[in-house]
Design a protein around this ligand. Structure first.
Ligand code: 3PG
Ligand code: MG
Length: 396
């Protein structure tokens, strides 16, 4: 249900947000995900609601596996710095509650943030009893955590069984924009790049949906290697290998690969660099950006597009020496008259670095979630749970 259609005046509203943001030395490094939830929070405040925010941060289990103690892990993954940052953004006090289940929620604050949901294993196990305890904090539940909607976890899934539910403005906007990729205006061109190997499922779907798929980044190295090309010391992903071969079979000519690249002897600015053909990378050197010929050919592939999906930077854009591919393609997209949808934290960071945000139709706050949205035709576990809850409410 839409937030604007819900009866919420004066109610206690539990809002799941995705404040899984980078934190360094106790400071939020990128507050995009915080700012993205402000419209929902402000709307609730205007309706005199008490806003109880909850989120996960990081992956506690990974830190424990690395040998950290529970105390160290909790110190590293506390949401306290996020509460401080949010207070500055909203211009009002945000009370921080040190346990998402057990602590007392203060009466005097209109906005409170609960401690990291993943400090309880029950969250990721989607446990009913845990969801019930969370639900006990409030009268209404709003999901505004688009970035976490691909997870079948208690705070986005099981909880919908216990409270009247709705989607926040961010979830509404994200689903509306990303749905444009499911029935795209053609030609539909996807740029799939970046360092992470989590794009295989989406690539399989795009093999069918997109008219062209431009590959770059570490993903390109993986594909080139799968095609039997020597990629020197370039980074690639062993686990994606057989999937890459399968996608080549599925997508055929739609798939475009770099024809040249910038290689370096070290991963640092000022390293020795050369521009070489993609099929003759020198031994011991690594590809860190697409080359000028590839930039031109990718612009050519993009020029008539009516819909573009951009997932992942085309090189190591954080380093000036390897930023040209991402910058030039980004700027070309900025000037393109098409629906342009970008997803993922790194892509968002590149868009901000090159000041492109106001020329991209929509920059999703979800990385994995935007990819799975395409893969699953919009049927993300948390969105399905909301739909089920609406249907049930209607029947009653
Ligand atoms: C993300 O940043 O990908 C989301 O917040 C989900 O986090 P997760 O990948 O650890 O589930
Ligand atoms: Mg993720």
């Amino acid at each position: 249900m839409k937030l604007t259609d819900m009866e919420i005046e004066g109610k206690k509203v539990l809002v799941r947000v995705d404040y899984n943001v980078p934190i360094k030395n106790g400071m939020v490094e990128d507050d995009t995900r915080l700012r993205a939830t402000v419209p929902t929070i402000n709307h609730l405040l205007e309706k005199n609601c008490k806003v109880i925010l909850m989120s996960h941060l990081g992956r506690p289990k990974d830190l424990l596996k690395k040998g950290k103690s529970v105390e160290e892990m909790q110190k590293e993954l506390t949401l306290r710095p996020v509460a401080e940052d949010l207070a500055e953004i909203l211009g009002i006090d945000v009370a921080f509650v040190e346990d998402c289940i057990d602590a007392q929620i203060p009466n005097e604050n209109d906005v409170v943030l609960l401690e990291n949901l993943r400090f309880y294993d029950e969250e990721e196990k989607n446990e009913i009893e845990f969801a019930k305890k969370l639900a006990a904090h409030a009268d209404v539940y709003i999901n505004d955590a688009f970035g976490a909607c691909h997870r079948d976890h208690a705070s986005v899934s099981a909880i919908t069984k216990f409270l009247p539910c709705g989607a926040g403005f961010l979830v509404e906007k994200e689903t509306k924009q990303l749905s444009k990729l499911l029935s795209p205006e053609r030609p539909f061109v996807a740029i799939v790049a970046g360092a992470k190997a989590d794009k295989i499922g989406a690539l399989k779907a795009l093999a069918d949906k997109a008219d062209k798929i431009l590959i770059a980044g570490v993903l390109a190295n993986t594909f080139l290697k799968a095609k039997g090309i020597d990629i020197g010391a370039s980074k690639f992903d062993e686990e994606t290998f057989s999937a890459a071969k399968e996608i080549i079979g599925l997508a055929g000519d739609k798939l475009k690969f770099p024809v040249d690249c910038v290689v370096a002897d070290k991963l640092e600015n000022g390293a020795n660099t050369r521009t070489v053909a993609a099929d003759s990378m020198p031994e011991g050197w690594m590809a860190l950006d697409i080359g000028p010929e590839t930039i031109e050919s990718y612009k050519d592939e993009l020029k008539d597009a009516k819909t573009v999906f951009w997932a992942g930077p085309l090189g190591v854009f954080e380093m000036e020496d390897f930023s040209h591919g991402t910058k030039e393609i980004g700027e070309f997209l900025g000037n393109l008259n098409a629906t342009k949808i970008a997803g993922g934290g790194d892509t968002g960071a590149a868009i901000n670095t090159f000041n492109l945000a106001d020329r991209i139709t929509h920059v999703s706050t979800g990385g994995g979630a935007s990819l799975e949205f395409i893969e699953k035709e919009g049927k993300l576990p948390a969105l399905v749970a909301l739909e089920k809850a609406y249907r049930k409410a209607k029947e009653e």
